[in-house]
Design a protein around this ligand. Structure first.
Ligand code: IPD
Ligand code: CA
Ligand code: CA
Length: 262
């Protein structure tokens, strides 16, 4: 059992509060599935409401911090060194289709580095948390990356481009290289949970080519604190600015990254 810092506790409370709201809204989405109009507008409203809840909680506790949220954008803080990075609902397409795989993601950036993260999956009641130097935790149990070393036994996850994303050719090449050499590649549809699942040892690696800072900030800390290596596809630490990430167990990180180079 871990003792979390005051800041992490604020983040956890905000994530749980927004998560409870989303769980209620998810029940309503399931009812709307069969209506002709669908759940689109309702989900957009739920997403915005969740961000408002998180913002109220976090900014009340730490009013000087800056803010970057998917729905409300960026607000500079009086404290130039600290910034919340928030995705109130990661996995929106799943949520909208009644698929119970989505999460609230709250990251804290300190001097340009992600230093604390909370990811809450209300449908499975799974809370992933980490703070730099304090280890990674799932529902108060310490988590570690998987010990599998063999590429052929390793399970990977990625995000597949949709709509007008330009990364389709690169992603198809990634899959052509990695599918024959691994136990498989999953696409679950919530990048924050993908990072958390590598931390929990559920799969050995995750990469995605076109992400936003709010998809990754919390998960990067959680994965790293669980013993994963994390970088952009060039092996640098510019994940948030380049909008891409690879995260993997130490043994499999370089072999997989090499196969993603162009
Ligand atoms: C999306 C999910 C998805 C990833 C997309 C993201 P959203 O976030 O994380 O897994 O493939 O790139 O945009 O829109 O559900 O918050
Ligand atoms: Ca997202
Ligand atoms: Ca989102």
């Amino acid at each position: 059992m871990s003792v979390y810092s005051a800041t992490l506790t604020v983040m956890i409370n905000a994530a749980r509060k927004a998560g409870r709201q989303l769980a209620r809204d998810f029940g309503e989405v399931e009812n709307l599935q069969s209506s002709v109009k669908g759940a689109g507008d309702f989900v957009t409203a739920a997403d915005i409401r969740a961000e408002e809840t998180i913002r109220d909680e976090l900014m009340r506790a730490r009013p000087a911090y800056g803010w970057l949220g998917e729905e409300t954008g960026e607000t500079k803080g009086k404290d130039p060194q600290r910034r919340w990075i928030v995705d109130p609902l990661d996995g929106t397409t799943n949520f909208m289709h009644g698929l119970p795989h989505f999460a609230v993601s709250i990251g804290l950036e300190t001097k340009g580095e992600a230093t604390a993260g909370v990811i809450f999956d209300p449908a499975k009641n799974e809370l992933f948390v980490a703070e730099k130097g304090g280890g990674a935790w799932l529902n108060d149990r310490r988590i570690r990356v998987s010990a599998r070393r063999d590429m052929l036994e390793s399970l990977l996850a990625t995000g597949l481009p949709f709509a007008a994303k330009k990364t389709l050719p690169d992603t198809l090449q990634d899959l052509a290289k990695l599918l024959p050499e691994t136990a498989g590649v999953r696409r679950f549809g919530a990048a924050a949970l993908d990072l958390a699942y590598v931390a929990a040892g559920r799969y050995e690696a995750f990469w995605e080519r076109e992400l936003n800072a709010w998809d990754m900030a919390a998960g990067i800390v959680i994965a790293r604190e669980a013993g994963a290596l994390v970088s952009d596809l060039n092996g640098e630490q510019d994940m948030l600015s380049r909008g891409e990430v690879i995260v993997a167990t130490p043994d499999l990180f370089e072999p997989i990254r090499q196969r993603l180079l162009r």
